[in-house]
Design a protein around this ligand. Structure first.
Ligand code: NDP
Length: 254
């Protein structure tokens, strides 16, 4: 028995064209799954496809803006057209607008919630019939340390990431009978485009993360590969509704 064999499975990863999404795509691909990465930036996607193909993966890119319901539906149907099925969905696309609550506009609030939380619901709904057809599935939703903690500059982001955990639990209870497992991953501080911008905007962030993290360093996108492989594979068939920190110990340290 190979607990991590994903041969013949198809995984869709939103925002899989860079950062954490690409790290997760590489982890899932290493188990043999075909990869579909989705996002808006074609140049980034071309580079990501080269990386995945160099790893030996079969991989495609589908343009999708996850704030659009039609794009999420088209993403799933296009993936099925290309590869015949969808077994694994990673809801990873996300943004942050760093402002104090009193300075955040209602439009900015909606944009963050829509991109980080509602999009995951949209894609999960779009993928559900295909997972049913395939006899089961795996949904991996990306939360954050902000699923657990608050920060003054992150009212919308923290709300969206708290919501990701509760949405994962609710979907897990709804779809367990269909052999669909739904889990959340809560990354610690990972070196990506998103946090490169944060390091410019939040004074002292680089050092404070290193100091608080028992692992003593920022994470890399590659650090996210293993949890993705686990939650996408038969090894996690009795794991559902959880929210698993992958954070070098950040969330257990004072
Ligand atoms: P990146 O900015 O590198 O990646 C974000 C990805 O989301 C991009 O590839 C982008 O693709 C995609 N994306 C954003 N908006 C949309 C949209 N409307 N439609 C489709 N795709 C979209 O950041 P990370 O890799 O760091 O972030 C990935 C996830 O991990 C996010 O959900 C983030 O909140 C979460 N996270 C990150 C942490 C970190 O420390 N880095 C910590 C905790 C959570 P494109 O440019 O093509 O639109």
């Amino acid at each position: 028995m190979n607990l991590f064999d994903l041969t013949g499975k198809v995984a869709v990863i939103t925002g899989g064209n860079g950062g954490i999404g690409l790290g997760m795509a590489r982890g899932i691909a290493s188990c043999g799954a075909t990869i579909v990465i989705a996002g808006r930036d074609r140049d980034k996607a071309e580079a990501a496809l080269r990386t995945l193909r160099q790893d030996g993966a079969q991989a495609s890119f589908i343009v999708a803006d996850v704030t659009k319901t039609t794009d999420c539906q088209a993403l799933v149907s296009e993936a099925v057209k290309l590869h015949g099925r969808v077994d694994i969905l990673v809801n990873n696309a996300g943004i942050s607008v760093r402002k104090m609550p009193q300075d955040l506009s209602e439009d900015e609030w909606h944009h963050v919630l829509d991109t980080n939380l509602t999009s995951a619901f949209r894609c999960a709904r779009a993928a559900y019939p295909q997972m049913l057809r395939g006899g089961g599935g795996k949904i991996i939703n990306i939360g954050s340390m902000m699923s657990l903690f608050g920060a003054p500059y992150a009212v919308a982001y923290a709300s969206s990431k708290g919501g990701i955990v509760q949405m994962s639990r609710a979907l897990a209870t709804a779809w367990a009978k269909d052999n669909i497992q739904v889990n959340a991953v809560l990354p610690g501080w990972i070196d990506t485009d998103l946090t490169r911008r944060a390091r410019h905007q939040v004074a002292g962030l680089q050092g404070s993360v290193e100091q608080r993290t028992p692992g003593g360093r920022w994470g890399s996108a590659d650090d996210m590969a293993g949890i993705a492989a686990f939650l996408a594979s038969p090894a996690s068939d009795f794991v559902t509704g959880t929210a698993i920190p992958v954070d070098g110990g950040f969330s257990i340290a004072m």
